[in-house]
Design a protein around this ligand. Structure first.
Ligand code: PLP
Length: 380
């Protein structure tokens, strides 16, 4: 969809890109200052594979403060974005044939990384449970081969945030069955007012020996291209990640690490505080277009910056005489006819929905929503 959207753009069309998984904002000021400073100080050399010792130390301190569970530097790995942290975790923890519970709809990368590690993703449909994994659903999916459970909150693609009780129940079950929990909280600072992000270890500290926490600067600081994130896990796991990372990518960019160090050290809330009202306004705007549509439904939009819209009422219907076959076809028509790029749910293991990002420039959002609604209005 991205390459088709780009091709259309190159041909001169004004495409509204609802498909991007990133903020339209400039990077956070501390990140920029930290990177510039690192350039001027010629921080051009390799760092240790798992990152600057000082950065690991400060991250350990910050994660300990916010979770209430103590971490040391030896339990932190700095990685090229959350994606590398997740990949390394799969590679070092999974064996061929292991099963991994992946709540669905899911970010496309989760099952792919599980497969790359030779293991088997087991999709657990969350749609009937308000797009959140329940203890009951996990219980049903567990087999003797289950080794790991993925939890992503706030969630991509749905935008939902896991509730306290739900997470605590899943944590208990993971503990009982000795499952690894891969806890991806890279959107944790991006919740809408009134929605609270919960960290699974804060709710269940006993789970620490079998948990990998994954976080990133990409989304929270609007630096998706800088490639810096981290994992917190038991020291043995981090040490295995060291072996893997040392022979694959080595350290994440030194400049990005210094930028991250400046940001984490400053510990400022200013950027998140600036984002929160902006994202709420954008969400309200997007909803003002969707809510009047009869039959439209979307997942609880509580965090990240995604609206996950159920488009089943439009599947099988006619658009200008052409039957809309499925969600991929609908997405393609939206792109070619309305010049609006969306993410079809098929890539997220769900053939009934599409994902749009509302973290666009305000005028772009208005224009895109207008075209989207107009398109749906033409479907008979
Ligand atoms: N985890 C989730 C749930 C994501 O949506 C993304 C990016 O879209 C990532 C991880 C990867 O983030 P990063 O840019 O830090 O690799």
């Amino acid at each position: 969809m991205r390459s088709k959207a780009n091709a259309l753009k190159e041909s001169g069309a004004r495409v509204i890109n609802f498909a991007a998984g990133e903020l339209s904002f400039d990077a956070c000021a501390e990140m920029k200052a930290g990177a510039l400073d690192a350039i001027h100080q010629a921080r051009n050399r390799y760092t240790p594979p798992l990152g600057l010792p000082r950065l690991r130390e400060v991250l350990a301190q910050r994660v300990s403060e916010r979770t209430g569970v103590t971490f040391t530097a030896s339990e932190v790995a700095v990685t090229a974005g959350a994606k590398q942290a997740l990949f390394n975790a799969c590679m070092v923890l999974l064996d061929p044939g292991d099963e991994v519970i992946v709540p669905t709809p899911h970010w496309e990368t989760f099952p792919t990384q599980v497969r790359l590690a030779g293991a088997i993703p087991v999709a657990v449909d969350t749609r009937q449970d308000d797009y959140r994994l329940t203890r009951r659903a996990v219980q049903t999916a567990i087999t003797p081969r289950t080794r790991m459970l993925v939890i992503n909150t706030p969630n991509n693609p749905t935008g939902t945030v896991y509730q306290r009780q739900q997470l605590a129940g899943i944590a208990e079950l993971a503990l009982e069955h000795g499952l690894w929990v891969l806890f991806d909280e890279c959107y944790r600072s991006l919740t809408r007012p009134g929605c609270v992000h919960h960290n699974i270890l804060s709710l269940c500290p006993a789970l620490k020996p079998q948990t990998v926490l994954v976080d990133s600067f990409s989304k929270s600081q609007a630096v998706t291209g800088w490639r810096v994130g981290y994992a917190c896990a038991p020291a043995q796991v981090i040490s295995a990640m060291h072996n893997l990372q040392g022979h694959t990518t080595s350290n994440p960019s030194s400049l990005s690490q210094y930028a991250a160090l400046a940001t984490v050290t400053a510990g400022s809330q200013a950027f998140a505080d600036q984002l929160a009202p902006f994202l709420q306004r954008q969400l309200d705007k997007a909803r003002s277009y969707l809510d009047p549509l009869p039959g439209v439904a979307y997942a609880p939009a509580e965090g990240a910056f995604y609206l996950y819209i159920d488009v089943t009422p439009w599947l099988g219907e006619l658009y200008r005489g052409e039957q809309i076959r499925d969600v991929d076809h609908l997405s393609e028509l939206l792109l070619t006819q309305a010049h609006v790029a969306v993410v079809p749910g098929s890539g997220c293991g769900d053939p009934s929905s599409i994902r749009i990002s509302y973290a666009l420039e305000p005028e772009e959002l208005e224009e895109g929503m207008h075209r989207f609604v107009q398109f749906l209005g033409l479907v008979e």
